[in-house]
Write a protein that binds this ligand. Structure first.
Ligand code: SPD
Length: 351
């Protein structure tokens, strides 16, 4: 009898432990967080730090434009927890209903956000997104290839002297935006006449380009293969240390200002860990370390005190008002986004 009681007891205890394990989600395996981000956009030491502090594993995957990322998610790519879309793409994704509405009580470090730059966010109350980095887009170029009085203009891409030595971003809003700015129009225009003119300018520029490309052009500037590349500010600053001849300029006609953001997908399987990660990235010291590494501006007022003097005085990172005045924020154009996709297809297929 005693033996039977023992067996029954053991059975109950084992079953109970099994149920606790299954329903608490706690197993001997580490929790995983899947992050889909732009490349070269986060200090991987911080990723390791978060993994250690939270006994978890982060799996990173990269995209090179908002449109590529969105197309992949639309095509059914599942499993990502956190994604880093630009402001206009946050709007597209939130309208689609694929973003989690954020619970601010789980992100106490939101208090560190710098209001000055939240101004440029399209989700001003962080309903679905938390600002990650602010950047502008300009031209990275080799100083040794230009005259002393070189005045940067988007129309440099029309100069056949540099044929095959120039690249533009494989990013439809940025590439069409550059042509629109050159013509003196808004980067958010939906006027068909203005867009048609911009398309023709871009097709003209394309004849002199080595390619439309959003990542490897940086190496091309470093090696001296490319003389002029349209590029995201921080990406160009990152490679300046590798080739002292590289310069960055905002063309005289003006440019785009982007706020890239952290969002949690509704389909996330690890929402709590995702919140922890976002809160971690907003910590002042973490954010400063990240700024130093990526050379973009995290709009985090707690972080600025920890920045090195070089970064603090760089007008392209902590952008002063005269720089901000020359920038325009890309917005979601709703149904009219299709106008840009159509033009982009025509530019890409033009000979
Ligand atoms: N390597 C990181 C590039 C991120 C740049 N942000 C893109 C803004 C698009 N408008």
């Amino acid at each position: 009898m005693e033996n039977i009681t023992k067996i029954v007891k053991t059975f109950f205890i084992t079953t109970l432990l099994l149920w606790i394990t299954i329903f608490s989600g706690c197993s001997s395996e580490k929790k995983e967080l899947y992050i889909y981000n732009w490349s070269d956009y986060m200090d991987e030491n911080l990723v390791k730090q978060f993994e250690t502090e939270n006994s978890c594993k982060i799996i990173l995957d990269f995209f090179d434009s908002n449109e590529t990322m969105y197309a992949k998610l639309k095509a059914g790519a599942a499993g990502y927890d956190i994604v880093f879309p630009s402001g206009y793409m946050v709007n597209v994704m939130s309208k689609e209903g694929i973003l989690l509405k954020l619970d601010h009580s789980k992100i106490p470090n939101l208090k560190n956000l710098d209001e000055k730059y939240i101004e440029f966010s399209l989700d001003k109350n962080q309903e679905f997104s938390v600002p990650y980095m602010i950047s502008n887009t300009g031209i990275g170029y080799l100083k040794s290839k230009v005259q002393e009085n070189f005045e940067p203009s988007w129309n440099i891409f029309a100069d056949s002297k540099y044929k095959g030595r120039m690249t533009m971003l494989n990013d439809m809003r940025e590439a069409i935006g550059a042509a629109l700015k050159y013509l003196g129009y808004s980067i958010n225009t939906t006027n068909p006449v203005e867009l048609e003119k911009a398309k023709n300018v871009l097709i003209g520029w394309k004849k002199n380009l080595a390619k439309f490309e959003a990542d490897q052009y940086k190496n091309g500037l470093v090696s001296g293969e490319f003389y002029f590349s349209q590029g995201y500010s921080g990406d160009i600053f990152q490679v300046m240390t590798e080739n002292k001849d590289i310069r960055y300029a905002i063309p005289k006609e003006g440019t785009t200002l982007s706020s890239d953001n952290m969002v949690i997908l509704k389909s996330s399987k690890n929402v709590e860990l995702a919140y922890k990660f976002i809160n971690f990235m907003l910590d002042g010291k973490v954010s400063a370390q990240n700024i130093e590494y990526v050379h973009y501006l995290a709009p985090n007022k707690e972080a600025y005190q920890y920045l090195s003097d070089d970064i603090k005085i760089d007008p392209a990172i902590l952008m002063p008002d005269h720089v901000l005045k020359r920038c325009e924020v890309l917005i979601d154009l709703g149904k009219e986004n299709a106008l840009y996709s159509k033009i982009w297809d025509q530019v890409k297929s033009a000979k």
